[in-house]
Design a protein around this ligand. Structure first.
Ligand SMILES: [Zn+2]
Length: 315
C-alpha cells in the first residue's frame, strides 16, 4: 500500500479524522471524492479561517450579503485586502467510522457497533481460514477510549483487533493479549471497493495459534533433555565397560587396551534419536559433560582415570 489510502488511514488516527480544502486539492483529492461518493465521509463544519491563496497569510473569514441578499464569503487578508472565497472551498469532511468499517468488512456481513463512538468499535464475528473470531477496531489516542478497549479486550485472547496504522498496532500489541492487525498492512482500494488481504490475516491467526500452544515447544525442549540424559547414561556405561576392559587387559598383558567407542550413528540408534539430533545433544551448551565423556572414551588412560573418579564419587 501507499499513497492516498495510506494517508486516509493515518488521518483516521487523528481526532477528528478530518479533511479540508488543502487535502481535497492535493493528490489525495481524487480518492477523497471517491470516498465521498461511496458515502464514507460526512460533512464537517466549514472551515472558520482561510489561508490567502496569494500571500499565504492566515485570514479571518467575513460573511456579507450582496445586493440580492445572497451571502458571500470573503477572506480578510491584511496584505491583499478582502478576497472572495467560494463557499464550497470551505467544505470539510470527516471519516464516517461506522460506514468505513462496514465497507471494509462488507464481504463478511458484519454488524458494526460503537462501544465508544469516539474510537472503539465492535465489528462482529468473522471467519478466516476456518476460525471464527470476534473482531474489534480501535482508533485515535483518547486515553479514556484506550483504557476502555484495553480492559474489555484483556479477557479476549482469541479476538482480533484492527487499527488503522502499523504504529498503532505495535502499541496495541503490548496492551492486549489478542492479535492486532494494522489495516495499513492488509487493506487495498481496488476500483470502487476495498479489498482485505485475507491470506495475511489468516497467517497471523495461525501464528497466534502456534504461540498459544506453548506445550509443543516445551515438548521439543523436553525431548532434547531426555535425549541428553539417555546419551549421558550410554556414555557412562561405555566408559565403565571400557575401564573394566582396560584394567582387565592391563592385568593380563601388562598393557591396557582401549575398547572401541560406539559411533554417533550407533548411539543415535540406541537412544532412539536421529543422528543430527545426537550431534546437537553432543554440542548442547547445557550439557558440557557429554563432550568430556565423548572425548575421554578415545584415551585408555583417561578412561581408567574416569573410573577412579567415578568410584571415588560414588563411594
Ligand atoms: Zn493575502
Amino acid at each position: 500500500m501507499g499513497g492516498p489510502l495510506q494517508q486516509v488511514l493515518w488521518r483516521w488516527e487523528l481526532d477528528p479524522p478530518r479533511f479540508d480544502q488543502y487535502d481535497l486539492n492535493a493528490s489525495l483529492g481524487g480518492f477523497l471524492r471517491e470516498l465521498e461518493a461511496a458515502g464514507l465521509l460526512l460533512p464537517a463544519p466549514p472551515a472558520g479561517s482561510w489561508d490567502c491563496t496569494d500571500c499565504g497569510s492566515h485570514c479571518r473569514l467575513v460573511y456579507l450579503d450582496d445586493a440580492r441578499g445572497i451571502s458571500r464569503v470573503y477572506a480578510a487578508c491584511s496584505r491583499c485586502g478582502p478576497v472572495a472565497v467560494e463557499s464550497r472551498q470551505l467544505d470539510r469532511f470527516e471519516i464516517d467510522t461506522a460506514a468505513l468499517l462496514t465497507a471494509i468488512f462488507e464481504a463478511h456481513r458484519v454488524s458494526v457497533e460503537p462501544i465508544d463512538p469516539q474510537g472503539f468499535w465492535k465489528i462482529g464475528r468473522v471467519t478466516w481460514a476456518g476460525q471464527s473470531r470476534e473482531v474489534w477496531f480501535v482508533r485515535g489516542s483518547d486515553s479514556d477510549v484506550n483504557a476502555k478497549a484495553e480492559s474489555l479486550l484483556a479477557t479476549h485472547r482469541r479476538a482480533c483487533l484492527f487499527t488503522p496504522t502499523r504504529d498503532a498496532a505495535q502499541t496495541w500489541e503490548r496492551r492486549v493479549p489478542c492479535i492486532v492487525v494494522a489495516l495499513e498492512d492488509v487493506l487495498d482500494w481496488i476500483g470502487a471497493g476495498f479489498h482485505l488481504d485475507e491470506d495475511v490475516i489468516a497467517a497471523r491467526l495461525d501464528d497466534s495459534e502456534a504461540s498459544i500452544e506453548k506445550p509443543k515447544r516445551g515438548r521439543k525442549r523436553g525431548s532434547r533433555a531426555a535425549a541428553i540424559e539417555a546419551l549421558r547414561q550410554e556414555l557412562n556405561a561405555h566408559i565403565i565397560a571400557a575401564a573394566d576392559h582396560a584394567f582387565a587387559t592391563s592385568e593380563r598383558t601388562g598393557t591396557p587396551e582401549l575398547l572401541p567407542k560406539p559411533t554417533q550413528a550407533e548411539l543415535a540408534e540406541r537412544i532412539g534419536v536421529s543422528p543430527p539430533t545426537l550431534g546437537r545433544c553432543l554440542t548442547d551448551k547445557a550439557a558440557p559433560e557429554l563432550r568430556i565423556l565423548w572425548e575421554a572414551a578415545d584415551d585408555v588412560y583417561e578412561v581408567m582415570k574416569w573410573r577412579k573418579l567415578a568410584t571415588r564419587g560414588s563411594g
